[in-house]
Design a protein around this ligand. Sequence first.
Ligand SMILES: NC(=O)c1ccc[n+]([C@@H]2O[C@H](COP(=O)([O-])OP(=O)(O)OC[C@H]3O[C@@H](n4cnc5c(N)ncnc54)[C@H](O)[C@@H]3O)[C@@H](O)[C@H]2O)c1
Length: 314
Amino acid sequence: MVQMKKVLITGVAGFIGFHTAKKLLEKGFLIVGVDNLNDYYDVSLKKDRLAILKDYEGFVFYEKDISEGLDVEKTGGVIHLAAQAGVRYSLENPLAYEQANNKGTLQVFEYARKNGIKKVVYASSSSVYGDCQEAPFKEDFKLDKPISLYAATKKYNELMAYTYHHLYGIKMTGLRFFTVYGPWGRPDMALFKFTKNILREKEIEVYNKGEMFRDFTYVDDIVSGVIKSYEKDFQYEIFNLARGETVKLMDFIKAIEKATGKKAKISFKELQPGDVLRTDGDISKARRMLGYQPSISVDEGVKKFVEWYKEYYL
Ligand SMILES: NC(=O)c1ccc[n+]([C@@H]2O[C@H](COP(=O)([O-])OP(=O)(O)OC[C@H]3O[C@@H](n4cnc5c(N)ncnc54)[C@H](O)[C@@H]3O)[C@@H](O)[C@H]2O)c1
């Protein structure tokens, strides 16, 4: 029997995949990593993350597109993080989401079924809550009004996971991540773009007059939630992984100003189609069933990001 400590991680060169793989390698797991290294954002950032993982003996990597099927060695379980991420880009290129998130996820579930793998942890997103007026968001809310195609694909992934659990008895845990940030973060996300421009004394674009709220979650807290989910033995569950505290965008910008020691030059823009005004995750289920305990505040987390950014880019 292939041991549970040998794990397939999809999207391993991505932001969350890299941190998850690194933590598991440090804990003595063997990681089979898959990523297609696409150019949605700077490929050299993905390659630099991979170079760090390749230093561990327990790491093997396959450059593959998951939507074409996963003919890789059998593992004891799967952590599926590969996806076409980003809400705004789903308005420009919806078919990329169909390919990576719908077809890709189906191929990952098929890999599990064909290899008799009984455990899959997969990434969903807080965007499935859409314009939900009731806050904080709870996992059992009825959600059938996604306001972006990205959100729709993530909701569909949760439905597919239920079907594969029902038909084949695969244990499925879906994780709704809430705005994840931290070192090695994504260049398409606000913290990265704001830090880059504030340091170069350029304007930053802030939507809806800054009247937006996000439950920002530090990447190490997310990774601890992913690993706890993998180590438990749930049949079919969905968890919010958030900090559990919503922060006004303007206060987030103040934390960046504090960490960089520079004042932001702000250009206010209209709310972007597909964007939600507020995310606010109820994490009581994750606390109770996973023992999940986010511990990094926005001030600490932003400081760690800015330190990494300066060391990596400047
Ligand atoms: N970062 C966040 O705030 C956030 C929030 C909610 C949900 N998520 C979800 O968490 C997961 C990880 O996100 P991330 O922030 O690390 O994003 P990321 O873009 O950094 O990582 C995704 C990785 O998947 C790879 N990939 C994409 N399509 C692929 C394909 N067809 N075949 C193989 N590899 C492919 C990409 O090259 C990338 O390295 C995604 O499923 C994302 O939707 C992220």
